[in-house]
Design a protein around this ligand. Structure first.
Ligand SMILES: Nc1ncnc2c1ncn2[C@@H]1O[C@H](COP(=O)(O)OP(=O)(O)OP(=O)(O)O)[C@@H](O)[C@H]1O
Length: 297
């Protein structure tokens, strides 16, 4: 039985290739309208997890429900409600961009409902992903970044309730990346689409995610908002100063208090004071490091 509002429900998910376990008891949920980022280093198990949720890979053990259905037994009508943006490009080189989207979109028309009109109009979609200028170009003439936008458009053409994006910004230049972020934020703001995306990019996760799931070595190392993750591992700030011509540095979780004490003790003898706050990056590296050494268990 699914809880109301829970779109993705994963409990004790395990995956084994041969004799190697790559996912160990992975448990998490995504709620309707949420943007969930799966963040983790290479080989963490992000793609394996989402391919299981997409119904492209069979899990070894555990319970998985996506839109109330086990993806291992998915039907065509379930598939029509799910959008997938894969890491690798599938070639449709001879097609023109708008034609390809209109063609792929036509498969979704039978799944149109009163609430959700399917497919997304090809012209509007091309504009939403910033490809209007290239709408009449053949796909093989697109640059890598433009193809990536087309990949995203292909994932969205059926107006999915849930979208899986596997490293959607890999290979995008900073402008295209920012436009992609705006696209995700617009989709999220409309509140109708649940988005699950994988990334290596901490800043992307921080910018887009309602919740971040850090996966490392096939285990969940952390699950929460960016602020919660930062709190979970109390990051240490770094305080640096010079006194009597000598450089000093100290890592502390209470940099304000420490600096106050420092001035109380040495007053004007303190020079070149710098306080470097711990960043989400420090938190992430610390989480991944702890998970590797088993400390986070
Ligand atoms: N078909 C397969 N057969 C055997 N091992 C596999 C297979 N696919 C993935 N793996 C292994 O499973 C682990 C997790 O891989 P996965 O691709 O899910 O990681 P990822 O977090 O998506 O990594 P990346 O960020 O590099 O894309 C890796 O150790 C990988 O080598």
């Amino acid at each position: 039985m699914t809880n109301k509002g829970v779109v993705v429900d994963v409990d004790g998910l395990r995956m084994r290739y041969g004799t190697t376990d790559v996912l160990h008891e992975v448990t998490f949920r995504a709620r309707h309208g949420e943007v969930l980022c799966l963040l983790g280093p290479n080989g963490a198990g992000k793609t394996t997890t989402i391919e299981i949720l997409e119904g492209f890979r069979l899990r070894s053990a555990g319970r998985v429900e996506v839109l109330g259905t086990d993806p291992a037994h998915a039907t065509e009508s379930w598939r029509a409600r799910v959008g997938v943006v894969l890491q690798s490009w599938r070639d449709h080189g001879k097609w023109r961009v708008r034609e390809l989207l209109a063609h792929l979109g036509s498969y979704y028309a039978p799944y149109s409902s009163e609430r959700v009109e399917r497919p997304w109009d090809a012209g509007e979609l091309v504009a939403a992903v910033g490809l209007t200028e290239h709408a009449d170009k053949k796909v093989r003439m697109l640059s890598g970044g433009q193809r990536r936008r087309l990949d995203v458009a292909i994932g969205l053409v059926g107006r999915p309730e849930l979208v899986f994006l596997d490293e959607p910004t890999a290979g995008l230049d900073p402008v295209a990346r920012r436009e992609f972020h705006a696209l995700v934020q617009n989709l999220a703001a409309a509140g109708e689409t649940t988005i699950l995306l994988t990334t290596h990019d901490l800043h992307e996760a921080e910018k887009l995610a309602d919740r971040i799931l850090v996966l490392d070595g096939g285990r969940i190392a952390a699950d929460g908002t960016a602020a919660e993750l930062a709190k979970q591992i109390a990051g240490e700030d770094e305080v640096r100063w010079t006194r009597a011509g000598k450089r000093f540095s100290r890592a502390t979780t209470e940099s304000t208090k420490f600096t106050f004490e420092l001035f109380k003790r040495y007053g004007e003898a303190i020079e070149d004071l710098e306080v470097r706050r711990s960043s989400l990056e420090d938190t992430y590296l610390s989480l991944v490091h702890h998970a590797e050494s088993g400390v986070a268990e």
